[in-house]
Write a protein that binds this ligand. Structure first.
Ligand SMILES: Cc1cc2nc3c(=O)[nH]c(=O)nc-3n(C[C@H](O)[C@H](O)[C@H](O)COP(=O)(O)OP(=O)(O)OC[C@H]3O[C@@H](n4cnc5c(N)ncnc54)[C@H](O)[C@@H]3O)c2cc1C
Ligand code: FES
Ligand code: FES
Length: 495
């Protein structure tokens, strides 16, 4: 067992022991290191001003992932290199190609977003081998909000930067950094602090469950992105159990009939496995935060949020996915459509951990869609999101319908009455649609809030169901969608 967190900063191994369990990397950088280039703005993972790069050993060298420092605990960085905007330029002042391009393209005005933009673009620069497309750049800065320059010049700078290959500081340090990453890599459990204030990073589910049995009220985190500044201020977590290294919760298994994804697998990593089930799932994942968010936020964390926040809950309920939980020595398997209480909370015991999620593959005659309506395309929570799966018999009739929504009522859930109304009908048989639409009112007690009234949510859910039926009936989605076309989404790889 190790009682220090080890990170690499600027070519040095830094050992951190006396830190608050809830200390974020943003506060560490700004208040402990006094490196204030990393900006604080929303402090909730919404704007990207605080973007840093987290470097870890990959198959072919160091892989740099952009991460929001405001929602990333120092303890989560254990074993990684942390790169900030201060680390991009050379000591003699020579700028990183990304910084140079931002200057040349006049891609900054007030500058508040610029450090974060530079880091997201630097992440793309180091991940790509040259010539990023406009789509690549837009995707890389999806999690960065700029309120005064406008994105056109930033995108041009991003494209220009990736075409400009010069040896830079990070490249020259690479070999040494790699050696240091190897030197600090181990399989040790990390536990530092005392019984009142601690961070535990167990490596097995058995240990995680044992710690949670001893401390059932400990804050269990996978990516920690849901722990926003407000929550931290109200209750600074004093006992933190991080699941991001637990072997059973971080693996993916591709079975013939189902895909099993560890609950702590980051959304970015889960994307490929989800895409192997249906491309709409990958497209949905791409709209959950920006790259900075998805590189740490986990599938299990999203499902555990429940309420109106988890669109993946609805998307996976329509596939009849289930989750395995563990408390102490006991395990249970529960279908997602039985996981949520009426108020939207997850029906689980204190100290009970989600281990993995089983997602059945689609049968040959099934048509699946998941659709989301939000205020903006990117970086916006769902107002209503739906998962739809129709098993069609050889005549094209719906033999079995599975429909679920998030955002319509307080809890995500299945639309049993609407499913029954559609069974036996053809998807394009509009005569049965009114029955299915009014059945939705039976299935969900719609609740309104600042994002949308109860009526708006109900009508949006009905429209999404209609759209899914039109697509299931074989109508080209060029007629139903403005963007997010399935063949284009299918071609996109996770970056
Ligand atoms: C900027 C931003 C945008 C977002 N946009 C969307 C969106 O568009 N759609 C959407 O659906 N969601 C959205 N979310 C929610 C987001 O997906 C979740 O924040 C994220 O998936 C949570 O994962 P995490 O690993 O960070 O969870 P954590 O923050 O680590 O945990 C979240 C909660 O789940 C519990 N928990 C986590 N893992 C486990 C486990 N294995 N067992 C038991 N309990 C566990 C934690 O105790 C905590 O209560 C957004 C969040 C942010 C910050
Ligand atoms: S400060 Fe806005 S994402 Fe971190
Ligand atoms: S330059 Fe002002 S917010 Fe982007």
């Amino acid at each position: 067992m190790r009682d220090v967190v080890r990170i690499i900063r600027n070519g040095r191994i830094v050992e951190l022991k006396e830190i608050r369990p809830g200390l974020t990397m943003l506060d560490y950088l700004r208040h402990v290191e006094r490196q204030t280039g990393t900006k604080e703005s929303c402090n909730a993972g919404n704007c990207g001003a605080c973007t840093i790069l987290v470097g870890r050993k990959g198959k072919d060298g160091i892989v740099y992932q952009p991460v929001n420092a405001c929602t990333f605990l120092v303890a989560q960085a254990d074993g990684a290199e942390i790169v900030t905007v201060e680390d991009l330029a050379d000591d003699d002042g020579t700028l990183h190609p990304v910084q140079e391009a931002l200057v040349e393209h006049h891609a900054t005005r007030c500058g508040y977003c610029t450090a974060g933009m530079a880091m997201s673009l630097a992440g793309l620069y180091h991940r790509s081998d040259g010539e990023a497309t406009e789509a690549d750049v837009r995707r890389a800065i999806q999690g960065n909000a700029c309120r005064c320059t406008g994105y056109r010049s930033i995108v041009s700078a991003g494209i220009a930067a990736t075409r400009r290959r010069t040896e830079i500081r990070l490249d020259r340090m690479r070999e040494d950094t790699m050696a240091k990453l190897e030197a600090i890599a181990d399989d040790d459990e990390v536990f530092f602090g005392d019984t009142e204030d601690f961070v535990a990073i167990p490596r097995t589910m058995e240990r995680a469950a044992a710690i949670c049995t001893d401390y059932p009220a400990a804050t269990v985190l996978a990516g920690g992105t849901a722990l926003d500044a407000e929550e931290r201020r109200r209750a600074d977590p004093r006992r933190v159990v991080l699941l991001s290294r637990v072997a059973e919760a971080t693996r993916i298994a591709h079975g013939e009939g189902a895909v099993t994804i560890g609950a702590a697998v980051p959304l970015q990593t889960a994307r490929e496995a989800l895409q192997s089930i249906d491309v709409d799932l990958a497209a949905l994942v791409d709209r959950i935060g920006g790259c900075q968010h998805r590189s740490v936020a986990s599938l299990g964390g999203d499902l555990m949020l429940g309420g109106r926040k988890s669109e993946l809950a609805a998307a996976l309920m329509a596939l009849e996915a289930d989750a395995v939980f563990r408390i102490g020595e006991e395990s249970r398997r529960v279908r997602l459509d039985a996981l949520y209480a009426a108020d939207g909370s997850v029906d689980h015991e204190l100290g009970e951990l989600m281990v993995e999620v089983h997602i059945p593959r689609l049968s040959g005659n099934a048509v699946y869609r998941c659709l989301k309506v939000s205020k903006r395309w990117d970086l916006a929570p769902p107002i209503v999101a739906g998962g739809f799966c129709f098993d069609l018999d050889p005549e094209g009739t719906i033999a079995n319908a599975r429909i679920a929504f998030t955002g319509l009522a307080a809890a995500p859930g299945r639309a049993n009455a609407a499913e029954a109304a559609l069974t036996g009908a053809r998807p394009l048989d509009r005569a049965v649609w009114p029955n299915a639409f009014s059945a939705l009112r039976q299935d969900f007690e719609a609740v309104g809030d600042s994002l949308g009234s109860a009526r708006f949510r109900t009508e949006t859910a009905q429209a999404l169901l209609g759209k899914a039926l039109i697509e299931a009936g074989g109508t080209s989605e060029r007629r139903t969608r403005l963007r997010g076309f399935r063949e284009e989404e299918g071609a996109l790889a996770a970056r």
